[in-house]
Design a protein. Structure first.
Length: 432
């Protein structure tokens, strides 16, 4: 074990309050959906009441007040680059054969991007210049090796910039200048005044991190010259790192232009057979855009199972068969579930199933759902509000099964609820 290299970063101090699939509150905020306490209590009641809290049916989180308290003594929380995201993580490195035990804290300023260069140097690895035919960008991080056996050595990380949707900051030689930006991440819906916001009128703050690591003493008024130097350096670093225009990340959010949010450039997909675990980022945006899903299905007696499912229990879209009936559910982040069931059971044998989703107006607005079997309408309903950006950042799209957390309560205990018939070709296309 003497030659085992162990690098450990202490986990988040609680500022994010994030569960396995991303918090519902965070997804609601990112999609610009304001909610009430009553809605959350009603959703909890559907999940089983207070006994469901802390279990697999709820994202294990707490409200913004606790998240902010958990970030003490920092002023901000996760998603606020102006206050280090509410955290500065302790880092421990153990390598008995090459690093001597030292009780002295090593207080040099480093960033998570510096870990890889440190490992490369310790293990004498030369980073590849080309991977799978793609030329690699230069490594942004710097090595920490010179400080590992010397707690008083000068740090090699001199400058680091931060920007999360215009909450931004710049570190340089012990100083940190920052501007909180136009949004507070715990505020639901669209922040007040965000459409009139300009980075040119933001109020900047200045801190001496070497003496004031929690950013408690704003020196902007007493040292305006240093502040201007730091602001200029932020623009320089933003230019080098392709971070301009400032606030550009807000453009494609639910607040402004969700139609321009990152997504697959495709508008049509054809799957000749069932597929699983397609990342949501690459999959059809069935809960966002008007679409038509057409499936060739062989229905057996006692038909049951998922035909397709996008995302998971904290939010998603699913179409499934239960006891021979065709079902559809739009799960809007657990606070609102739209469920549609066919009037009669599916016919046995080869059938053509269609699910048509039509936005009534704009992205994020109401969506009309129509279920058809062999061209005949068997079920209709209206989703009061669709989603604007995405359900989660780490969920998937499946055909013939729901391998992610189950989207629907109706088959929660039956997951992954594989379809017991046969699915042939599935075609998905966006509607104009």
């Amino acid at each position: 074990m003497d030659n085992t290299l162990v690098i450990y970063i202490w986990g988040d101090n609680g500022s994010s309050s994030e569960g396995l699939y991303g918090t519902i509150s965070e997804q609601l905020a990112q999609n610009g959906i304001p909610t009430t306490i009553t809605q959350h209590l009603d959703a909890l009641e559907e999940l089983g009441g207070l006994d469901a809290l802390g279990g697999p049916k709820t994202d294990n989180m707490y409200h913004a007040g606790w998240a902010w308290a958990g970030s003490t003594p920092y002023q901000g929380t996760k998603l606020m680059g102006s206050y280090f995201g509410g955290i500065r993580q302790p880092l421990a490195i153990s390598w008995p054969k090459n690093i001597k035990a030292d009780a002295t804290p090593h207080s040099q300023f480093y960033h998570v991007i510096d870990i890889a260069p440190t490992i490369y140097e310790l293990l004498q690895i030369t980073p590849p210049r080309v991977v799978n035919g793609f030329e690699q960008d230069p490594m942004d991080g710097v090595s920490m090796v010179s400080t590992l056996n010397n707690g008083k050595a000068e740090g090699t990380r001199k400058t680091q910039f931060f920007d999360i949707m215009a909450s931004r900051g710049i570190y340089h030689d012990g100083w940190f200048a920052s501007a909180p930006g136009p949004r507070e991440p715990w505020v639901g819906g669209i922040p007040k005044g965000v459409k009139e916001w300009s980075p040119l009128t933001d109020k900047w703050e200045l801190y001496n991190i070497d003496e004031d690591w929690s950013q408690a003493n704003d020196l902007a008024a007493s040292n305006p010259k240093k502040l201007e130097e730091m602001k200029a350096l932020f623009i320089l670093e933003s230019t080098k790192n392709k971070n301009l225009p400032i606030g550009g990340g807000l453009w494609s959010t639910a607040m402004f232009h969700p139609e321009d949010a990152p997504a697959s450039p495709l508008t049509e997909w054809t799957f000749d057979e069932p597929i699983t675990l397609m990342p949501e980022s690459a999959a059809p945006k069935l809960g966002k855009n008007s679409s038509l899903v057409t499936m060739d299905v062989n229905v057996p007696a006692k038909a049951n199972g998922v035909l397709y499912a996008l995302a998971g229990f904290s939010g998603g879209v699913t179409c499934y068969v239960k006891d021979g009936y065709l079902n559809y559910e739009f799960n809007l982040f657990e606070v609102q579930r739209t469920k549609i069931k066919s009037k009669s059971k599916l016919p046995l044998g080869n059938v053509k199933i269609e699910v048509e989703s039509k936005l009534a107006s704009k992205i994020g607005g109401p969506m009309d759902i129509t279920l058809k079997v062999n061209g005949e309408v068997v079920g209709q309903g209206k989703v009061p509000a669709a989603m604007s950006l995405h359900f989660t950042s780490n969920a998937t799209f499946d055909i013939g099964v729901d391998l992610d957390s189950p989207v629907a309560l109706d088959y929660y205990d039956l997951a992954p609820f594989a379809f017991n018939g046969k699915i042939g070709k599935t075609k998905i296309s966006y509607l104009k």
